[in-house]
Design a protein around this ligand. Sequence first.
Ligand code: PLP
Length: 395
Amino acid sequence: MIQSDPKIPSPKLGEPFLLTPGPLTTSYAVKQAMLRDWGSWDDDFRAMTRDMRTRLLALLGEGGDAYDCVPMQGSGSFSVEAMLASFIPRESKTLVLANGAYGQRSAQTLEYLGRDHLVLDKGDYLPPRGSEVAEILANDPAITHVVAIHCETSSGILNPVEEISEAVYAAGRKLLIDSMSAFGAIELKPLEIRYEAMVSSANKCIEGVPGFGFIIARKDELEVAKGNSHSLSLDVHAQWAHMEKTGQWRFTPPTHVVAAFLEALRAHEAEGGVAGRGARYAKNRDVMVAGMRELGFETLLQNRWLSPIIVTFFCPADEKFVFSRFYDLMKDKGFIIYPGKLTVVDSFRVGCIGQMDEQVMRQVVAAAKETLAEMGVASAAPPALALKERAKLAA
Ligand SMILES: Cc1ncc(COP(=O)(O)O)c(C=O)c1O
């Protein structure tokens, strides 16, 4: 069979594809954009920062002019902490909607910050529903803010942020969203879903390299955020005010990472923006999940909850299946996968984001098939316990 040329070439230096939710496989053009140096105070770099902020805001679509974008040095967690500390006043109470590691991390961050909070803990992956949020808010008038995770990357579930937002604003409270792994591939349009602020980072769906995150917040929230933050370096209001006044970051910016990110944003636009990027990732997921199911693997989640970001599979029950060996053999074939994060049953994850297309996903499935044969695993079917766990979601 003659195969058409892949639309996306393999990594030029021969490194494995990263089937992980960031850092992820980036294009050669993105890496190449880091080859020159920039003066952080210079007009050229200031123009780059301005361009980046404008392009990110444009991804919101209509209604985006009520928001501004504030980049922040550090990994994604630094930006989450910056957002929580800057927009949640010290005298307040926050409801954290947790169904995995990143919801738990937001709760832990509030603990460090000494901000009063309550956690709706749905375990490893069950989605927090709008009706549950409405009930908690009705019973606790002290709650002022709600924190939701858009795609909970630890299981791959796409949380129902629309119904959560409706419940939050119907009760007159404010919503903050951790859209780290979703923004850029899944719409977060202010005209369709209300929120005060959201956060994401350079090395996720825009396909840049790690080094900074960004907070997109309503301008009126930014204006009143002065004095909330416990931290000098993570103060979103101060970073925003300084950037508005001088065009500069307050402290040393990751210049090369910003240059790479601008290249990534141009490619994102050329691909058709959020819709185009989301469509490629959805295709990646569909091809990969169908192929893996054909091999006998089962997903943790039913199709309705599967994000186009990352997918959790149960480890096969066959005792010859050992994840560390599966991982090594997949890596030998050019694919780095990800361990699972479920606490009840063994699992692993395969990411759909980054410079990959459906042809790559077919190769991933072929590599998994070959690896099972090498390991002598006769069936990829999960243990009964895993299926029992999954039935909870259907209930
Ligand atoms: C939803 C979510 N929140 C927060 C983070 C933390 O980001 P980082 O690991 O860059 O600190 C991640 C990382 O993958 C994430 O997926």
